[in-house]
Design a protein around this ligand. Sequence first.
Ligand SMILES: Cc1cc2nc3c(=O)[nH]c(=O)nc-3n(C[C@H](O)[C@H](O)[C@H](O)COP(=O)(O)OP(=O)(O)OC[C@H]3O[C@@H](n4cnc5c(N)ncnc54)[C@H](O)[C@@H]3O)c2cc1C
Length: 359
Amino acid sequence: MSQHVIIVGGGITGCMTAMELIQHGYRVTIVERNQIASQTSGESSWAGAGLVFPLLPWMYRDAVSHLALAGANLYPSICEQLLNATGIDPELTPCGMMIRPPFDEKVALQWCHYNQVTYEKIGDNLLLPQVSQVRNPRLLQALKQWLILHGATLLENTQLLPIQEKNQLDSWETSTGETLHADTFVVTSGAWSYELLKQTAATLNIKPMRGQILLYQLPTDTLPHILYQDGFYMLQRRDGHVLAGSTLEDVGFDTGTTESARMEMQAKAEAMLPELKDSPILKHWSGLRPGTTDNLPTISQHPSIANLYLNTGHFRYGVTMAPASAKIVTSLIMGKPPLLEPMPYRCDAITVQRGVVHD
Ligand SMILES: Cc1cc2nc3c(=O)[nH]c(=O)nc-3n(C[C@H](O)[C@H](O)[C@H](O)COP(=O)(O)OP(=O)(O)OC[C@H]3O[C@@H](n4cnc5c(N)ncnc54)[C@H](O)[C@@H]3O)c2cc1C
């Protein structure tokens, strides 16, 4: 009989990990405390904007670029596979990203050359034409449907409790007193990962970093590219919806939205795209990113529990990184050489100050 893996958390990281494991012959159960592909209380994967690329990639360490570019490269084939199997289109769109000054042009162009990323200089702006966006709520719906069609068990509205110190994990308790058994476990519970693991991995440094976003509607094709300037970005979906954001806030597990962020983001959005002055804000939401130092996730075996793996802490680029990250953790579970180097168990301090900083 095939090995049974329980995945804790049904966001993008959990769903992509499940897909990868199933394709390698594993039997998979995802345990999700809310509903997969929905926004209930701060799940980051639904709330994100869906850029399939880092915002200013040259600002990060090479490991972020490697993981993000590897993830971005896997997206076209995954989305095609999902569309063919489920009929749900994740709307992966190679719209390009236009970066307006200020940015360090010399460093940016060096990074593009080094990573073989195509660019065009348009006046003072830098266009990265290969950058894509994906409609992340649709992507999650497609993944959920694909997993159901491929025999995954989805235990929704089921919360797992923090685990105690041990060397081997045979079972895991739910908050309603059920005991779930598996051969292997993978934690993909995003911003909540530390809460789940703090008794066994006290130095794991993952904390919630809230992001707020605004939604507008404009005629389709008003915004041909993702537009980025000075820590703020906007992008348009195929149906005309425009997303504008986002904030980067260290406010714990508070999933609310604030009037001050709304006003600040509205002013920035209207300054960048004056057409928005006549458009009402349709929606304003927030999500909790799994914050880590330097945007580097932990993709590794648990430091002391042999059959427990971590795939968490993807911070600002978890949508982009998810496919590559799923491949790495799957290869670790299989004991095979990874596609990329595992991201080491992270324990460095996060230094972002409390309060709102726009990213
Ligand atoms: C405003 C905003 C904009 C963003 N934009 C982008 C972008 O453009 N591009 C990009 O690449 N990334 C973006 N991100 C980041 C990206 O969304 C995250 O890195 C990514 O979604 C993390 O996915 P995850 O599956 O690890 O976490 P989550 O999506 O948060 O999923 C974790 C899941 O675990 C469940 N869970 C938690 N604890 C338990 C438990 N005890 N038992 C059972 N289930 C549990 C939660 O309910 C949740 O569903 C953005 C994020 C935000 C907030």
